[in-house]
Ligand binder design. Sequence first.
Ligand SMILES: Cc1cc2nc3c(=O)[nH]c(=O)nc-3n(C[C@H](O)[C@H](O)[C@H](O)COP(=O)(O)OP(=O)(O)OC[C@H]3O[C@@H](n4cnc5c(N)ncnc54)[C@H](O)[C@@H]3O)c2cc1C
Length: 413
Amino acid sequence: MTDVLIVGAGPAGLAAAVNLSCHGLADGLRIVDPSGTWLAAWRRRFASQDIPILRSPAVHHPHPDPFALLEHAGGQGLVASGGTQLPTTRAFDRFVDDLVAARDLADRVEPIAAVGLELTDDGHAAVSLSNGEVVRPDRVVLATNARSPAVPEALAPATAAGRALAGDAPHVDRVPSGGRLAVIGAGLSAAHLALGAARRGAHVTLLARHRLRVRRFDTHPSWLGPRKRRPFEQEPDPHVRRRTVDTARGGGSIPARFRRALDACTEAGQLDLRERVSVVACDDGGGALDLTLDDGARVRVDEVWCATGGRLDVASDPLCRPLLGRSPVAVADGLPDLADDLTWPGTTVHLTGFAAALRLGPTAGNLVGHRRAALRLAASIRGDDPVAADRIATGAGACPVGAVGHPLTGAER
Ligand SMILES: Cc1cc2nc3c(=O)[nH]c(=O)nc-3n(C[C@H](O)[C@H](O)[C@H](O)COP(=O)(O)OP(=O)(O)OC[C@H]3O[C@@H](n4cnc5c(N)ncnc54)[C@H](O)[C@@H]3O)c2cc1C
């Protein structure tokens, strides 16, 4: 039996737990997350942005079999979009709930945080938990998505006045009482927040640093196959891989239907869309905020919501900093150069989510990346080749839908 501690119960942690369970490797499994439930942060974000449909196709979810959700949905709760099916938020939630129940994972999330990590000489981790326990599992999986929200520096006065909200703080049901709102960003979160607030009566100014880019997915689907992935995996320089990840993600983008919805809101006089502008100054005038843009324009608002993404930097993550100190690896703009099984080299600590992007590529932080990370983790514990396990799973049949309720047989493994 391998003792595994998963830190973080988001989609990445769930994909890891489900995979281990599918392979009969969950006996020594513990999962910690202060929320005490699966996907708490995910569900909070979807509620605060009022997101009815996922951006990613229904084949992306935490089960190892890509077709498991489609089969579970039975044609319900799916929205056709350009040759693919997107799950509604409700269908995705239902699938997750049933999956968690089927894998007997429902009550497994302990409502505690990992607060510290130390490495022993043999590369194992001693993890301190918020309940005072120190655990020494065979493997640790960090699935914490430890990003800090990026807030433009010019907004410091608004932040100090509590009028600049970022990360998970903005909520479409809490538009400022004066009703004048600036949303900063050019991605789907910015669009959801702007549209949600406008539909609730706010007058929204949407400020985008570049022209809004229309793209169906945040990363081109060619990144799901070997044509893009293989050269990426073979590139020895982590800094080149880092630049490739950034280029492939290319900043924010929105699907065409959101562009149409923003245009409709503009025509209705609820939205003022300003592209290719940045905020260069912000004055807190007591009753309102005066934003100065780099084109010289001024905008008066009651609150600013930043949907400007988040930065992940292992050097400032308290659970990764000790790894960097004891077992230094190359770090490219905040991301570590992990081993093929996504362990921090020289340790038994695996990283998943966007933190694994230098190995998995630009989709590491998405549902499909979480699945690939989980496949590599299970293979590593079984003593199999993690890269081969990841490749096989991109085809059909790696883990049959029947495996939702039953561990894989030897042949299926
Ligand atoms: C609005 C929005 C919509 C998205 N939609 C899609 C989509 O449709 N398709 C797609 O593929 N991707 C989507 N993504 C991207 C990505 O899938 C999500 O961000 C996803 O939530 C990331 O999963 P995660 O498990 O890495 O992190 P999270 O969901 O953020 O979960 C991390 C968990 O770790 C816990 N944690 C943190 N620190 C500790 C600690 N020290 N100890 C214990 N627990 C800790 C947190 O409490 C949290 O529950 C979306 C992202 C956003 C923001």
